[in-house]
Write a protein that binds this ligand. Structure first.
Ligand code: 13P
Ligand code: SF4
Length: 346
């Protein structure tokens, strides 16, 4: 027999209304039965947040039941780093991947920052160490060292400035150096090269060899096939995609910019070349729009779950608590603060 209460019924109803239109992952729907199953957990987590003075930051790629069930803030890496910097909470739970939680700890050193799953890495962040970056820097002593935010605290500490997919072009264009050592995304480096060329900005971009295991899978053939089937289709890509894919898209931008583009563009169909969690968010926030194409999952982002968040809030294990050496943290903070200074407002 299932025991229910008015509070559980209200929570089930809240979740169902929020998640009703999400249909992006094969085999996953948030129907009434699913919402009834997770309602006790979301109630418990929201109560724990109040008790512990905690906030939950959620990247758009985690499951929608986390974003809309228990998340306090949602967004792309840039906006989440601002929220982490300005959070007044004693505890920050980062439902995303480890480099994002490290960034939160760098910016909010007095908060206890916890990750639901320590294995939530990132193929980009894990592609280069601080030591390897030191070796590269020795080869290009004149270059400005620019790290994509998808990098470890060690790599940030070795960099002059950090960038995100939302400000990379503007920040690199503003740097006085002509030679730029950009780590760790080789494909984004190629996209930066062509966008700066298009803007008439003369920079030499040298990069390391990382790629995102989700975005490096998209091909121009996906776009050609989709355009043939769906006339009027708009193709929206993330700058971690291969350059030929970015060139064939109608719009390229951060996950935040991709959402804004869809919300403000009239088109019969959209093909989103990114992790399918973003499609889930758009199905919640723009249920009248139509999305086509398959679903690509980031295995690291999908390690987050309501159960792990509840456990991290109740009794975080040592491996769930982010700790950083203070000297390393300060050096990493400088590259992120420089990013805030150089990001155009508005
Ligand atoms: P955004 O900063 O655009 O959200 O990207 C983060 C990310 O990991 C993309 O794969
Ligand atoms: Fe890293 Fe790619 Fe996953 Fe983003 S989608 S967290 S870049 S592996």
């Amino acid at each position: 027999m299932t025991v229910t209460t008015p509070e559980l019924e209200l929570e089930t109803d809240r979740l169902f209304r929020a998640l009703l239109h999400v249909d992006c992952e094969p085999g996953r729907r948030w129907d009434l039965a699913a919402c009834r199953r997770i309602a006790p957990l979301t109630l418990e987590i929201n109560r724990l947040k109040r008790e512990k003075n905690a906030v939950i930051l959620t990247h758009s790629y985690v499951e929608p039941e986390i974003i809309y069930g228990v998340g306090d803030f949602k967004g792309d890496s840039y906006h989440l780093s601002l929220m982490a910097r300005d959070a007044q909470a004693r505890v920050i739970v980062f439902a995303g991947v480890v480099f994002m939680a490290e960034t939160a700890k760098i910016l909010s050193p007095h908060a206890t920052v916890v990750v639901p799953d320590r294995q939530s890495g990132c193929s980009l962040a894990d592609s280069i160490t601080g030591r390897q970056l030191q070796e590269l820097k020795a080869l290009y002593p004149e270059a400005a060292v620019v790290c994509y935010i998808n990098s470890t605290a060690e790599v940030k500490a070795e960099s002059d400035v950090c960038v995100t997919s939302g400000n990379v072009y503007d920040i690199i264009a503003r740097l006085p150096q002509r030679q730029i050592l950009f780590v760790p995304d080789r494909l984004m480096a190629e996209n930066v090269r062509s966008e700066l060329h298009r803007r008439g900005v003369d920079k030499e971009i040298i990069s390391s060899d990382g790629t995102c295991i989700v975005h490096d899978q998209f091909t121009v053939a996906d776009i050609v096939a989709a355009r043939a089937r769906f006339p009027g289709l708009k193709v929206v890509a993330h700058p971690e995609c291969p350059p030929e894919v970015a060139a064939a898209a109608d719009f390229v931008g951060s996950t935040g910019a991709m959402m804004k583009y869809v919300k403000t563009t009239a088109a019969p169909y959209f093909l989103m070349l990114t992790e399918c969690g973003l499609v889930g968010r758009l199905q919640v926030e723009t249920p009248e729009k139509h999305f086509i194409g398959g679903c690509r999952l980031c295995p690291y982002m999908k390690l987050n779950s309501l159960e792990k968040i509840r456990d991290a809030l109740t009794h975080p294990r040592p491996d769930q608590i982010v700790t950083l050496d203070e000297d390393l943290r300060r050096r990493a903070a400088r590259s992120i603060e420089r990013m805030f200074e150089l990001t155009p407002q508005g």
